[in-house]
Write a protein that binds this ligand. Structure first.
Ligand code: ATP
Length: 442
């Protein structure tokens, strides 16, 4: 299945739009339409709940996108957040250097590498460094002293607030801090739709542990994080854990794993799980001059905790969910987005069979009954078959149809999106019938 089919459905049905389309688009930024926004919110809410509701020792914060610029010196991003890139002088294609060469090539070796696009050799530039952080200036004067960066990850906002959070919430090691928010990277090569963009959202959780307990914690989080994706309706056969080799480890990491999903363009990372040791806290202690240690009462000692990070991209999760849900039901000549009902943008559509005979009025009453429990929409436009198919494409798991029999016996039909099976349900049982079906969805 090609990514183009998903892109086209996303535009047609209001999931994702290219940014600034009327101006010809704006590179590697996307806007989310009504269905995409609802789906994205449902996914992030599920993550938030998994972290802060199901773990008593994980709390959430929301830090600023702009922060003190020294934070990015301490974190290593000012010096190290670079992607070496190579240009082809012949066809102008641009590649991350590591896509063309493993390890560090000697001077001049680039001359022998072929450009994958135009096939010529000897036209590649030497790898050049690019800093991926967006730089801006605070206040009216653009001088170096006023430099600020748009955060390239949400994690640092957690580190610099971790002691305040610990004290405020009286937390004891081990504990975690979760955050959802925008991050920005001036990606030179942005591609694959919403997979790699310049503005994106991260779902990050930093877990603070006593050094020595870090390896076990890493194992636990790997298991927990990969299991999470089944709640999003993602088949475990399309997920895998890949360990970073020693030469791929980021400057802060002792051990790192990626959770990869089999996207239409191949296996790629959705989430990283990293043992960041005490690197970040030690650096902030050094750069700020403030103690970043916790006190262990039992051992009567101060120490810097180690940090296990789970860092996921919300937009990549969304793309995984969209890819997994897309189903061409050739037998019935329809496209169905098979979202798990718990995250579907709309749970049910209420459809009076015809626009007369008192059916719309009854439809409105059914809306009032169901609305407090689920996101429902009312649809009386067009033939009932067309309405169903429209909802199938939007991924709405249930259709509630009011017909003439409804007026007599106060029942409706409940249509199931994937099987198209229809059950007759009493109106006063509708909410529990939907809840029951959602709970047992496979
Ligand atoms: P990649 O190797 O794909 O560039 P990364 O290893 O640099 O990703 P991290 O720094 O570990 O990514 O960021 C954590 C998560 O943030 C990633 O797993 C991904 O889901 C998301 N992410 C990172 N960069 C982008 C981007 N440019 N667009 C969308 N999501 C991103």
């Amino acid at each position: 299945m090609s990514i183009d089919k998903i892109i086209s459905l996303c535009k047609r049905r209001g999931f994702v739009f290219q940014s600034s389309e009327i101006y010809g688009g704006f590179g590697a930024v996307y806007d989310y339409g009504p269905l995409g926004t609802a789906l994205k919110n449902n996914i992030s809410q599920m993550w938030w709940q998994a972290m802060t509701q199901f773990h008593e020792n994980i709390v959430g914060i929301d830090s600023g996108i702009l922060m003190h610029p020294k934070i990015w010196e301490a974190s290593g991003h000012v010096d190290a957040f670079n992607d070496p890139l190579v240009d082809c002088k012949q066809c102008k294609a641009r590649y991350p250097a590591d896509e063309l060469f493993d390890g560090n090539p000697e001077d001049g070796e680039w001359d022998n590498i072929q450009c994958p696009k135009c096939g010529t050799t000897g036209n590649l530039t030497e790898p050049r460094q690019f800093n991926l952080m967006f730089k801006t200036h605070i206040g009216p004067v653009q001088k170096d002293a006023n430099v600020a960066y748009l955060r390239p990850e949400t994690a640092q906002g957690i580190y610099v607030n971790y002691l305040l959070t610990q004290n405020a919430m009286r937390l004891k090691i081990p504990f975690g801090i979760a955050q959802i928010g925008k991050a920005f990277r001036n990606e030179i090569i942005a591609r694959n739709f919403i997979f790699r963009t310049r503005e994106f959202e991260q779902l990050e959780m930093q877990y603070f542990v006593k050094p020595g307990n870090d390896d076990q914690s890493m194992r636990d989080w790997k298991n927990e994080r990969i299991a999470f994706y089944s709640q999003l309706g993602i088949d475990s056969g399309k997920l895998r854990l890949q360990e970073h080799g020693a030469d791929e480890l980021a400057h802060y990491a002792k051990e790192a794993w990626d959770i990869e999903f089999e996207f239409p363009f191949g296996w790629s990372e959705i989430e990283g799980i990293h043992n960041r040791t005490d690197f970040d806290l030690a650096r902030h202690q050094e750069f700020s001059g403030k103690k970043m240690e916790v006190f262990d009462q039992e051992a009567n000692e101060h120490y810097l905790p180690y940090i296990i990070e789970t860092s996921a991209g919300l937009n990549r999760m969304l793309l995984a969910v969209l890819s997994e849900a897309y189903w061409e039901d050739n037998e019935n000549n329809r496209i169905v987005m098979k979202f798990h009902p718990q995250i579907a943008p709309v749970t049910a559509a209420v459809c009076p069979l015809v626009k007369k005979d008192g059916l719309p009025e009854m439809g409105r009453k059914v809306m009032d009954i169901v609305k407090p429990h689920f996101k429902v929409i009312y649809d009386q436009q067009g033939s009932i078959g067309k309405r169903y198919y429209r909802q199938d494409e939007a991924g709405t798991p249930y259709g509630i149809t009011i017909d003439h029999q409804s007026l007599e016996d106060k029942t409706v039909t409940l249509r199931h999106r994937d099987s198209q099976q229809q059950d007759r349900v009493a109106i006063d049982q509708l909410v529990s019938a939907i809840n029951d079906s959602m709970e047992h969805y496979t």
